[in-house]
Ligand binder design. Structure first.
Ligand code: SAM
Length: 205
């Protein structure tokens, strides 16, 4: 299976770097390609952490990869799709395309840009918004482990506690690990805490 992320954010924020890094670790560098980077992009524009992990990237659109994609073999993971992704889809599709989009609350339909542009078959992963790394993790479980969506353990809108008094709610659905904790990219907890402390400091200024 090939996982394709159409990069839709400007540049690479810390959040994006941590999400993409985790995705490379999860699916393997040979199974992931980041497409549609701005035309002017050079290797120097790719953050060192992603280069060290062997990120494969291109400025071309996803339709051009591997000599040109056959539309029938491609599935767009789309929160607005009518059909849910199922283990049987492993026989239908070879490529799974995701929006390289940071989630927003309230939800904005930026995946719709990909839906309209390419016309791939769409599949949904339930009704709630996931981060891109969670959407890829969930797709991998359904397609590669042949597990039904309803059999995957998730947590919705988890509360991340920083200390006795402060916490923040993440407005996404996450896969749960064996210990019952939401699976987050390595380093993300620290980044969330850092960002929260920053906003509290800004409020106090
Ligand atoms: N509200 C955002 C949007 O569409 O503009 C959601 C973006 S989400 C953070 C990033 C990507 O993860 C989406 O483009 C989609 O490929 C995938 N994704 C997230 N939640 C999903 C869901 N419930 N069903 C299908 N795909 C999902």
């Amino acid at each position: 299976m090939k996982y394709v992320i159409e990069h839709m954010e400007e540049g690479f924020s810390e959040w994006v770097i941590l999400e993409y890094s985790q995705i490379i670790r999860d699916v393997g560098r040979e199974n992931l390609i980041l497409t549609s980077l701005p035309q002017s992009t050079t290797e120097n524009d790719i953050p060192q952490q992603l280069r060290d992990l062997g990120l494969v990237w291109t400025t071309d659109e996803c339709v051009t990869i591997d000599g040109g994609l056959k539309k029938d073999a491609v599935c767009l993971l789309d929160p607005a799709a009518e059909e849910e992704l199922s283990p049987q889809d492993a026989e239908k599709f070879d490529y799974f395309v995701f929006g390289g989009i940071l989630g927003s609350h309230p939800r904005v339909d930026r995946t719709g840009i990909l839906r309209k542009k390419y016309g791939f078959a769409g599949r949904r992963l339930g009704a709630l918004q996931m981060t891109t790394d969670t959407a890829i993790r969930t797709t991998k479980i359904i397609i590669e482990q042949q597990t039904e969506f309803r059999d995957i353990a998730f947590i919705d809108y988890p509360e991340i506690k920083f200390n006795k008094y402060e916490s923040t709610e993440m407005p996404f659905r996450y896969v749960l690990d064996a210990e019952g904790n939401p699976v987050l990219p390595k380093g993300m907890l620290d980044l969330i805490k850092h960002d929260a402390e920053q906003s509290i400091d800004d409020l106090l200024m």
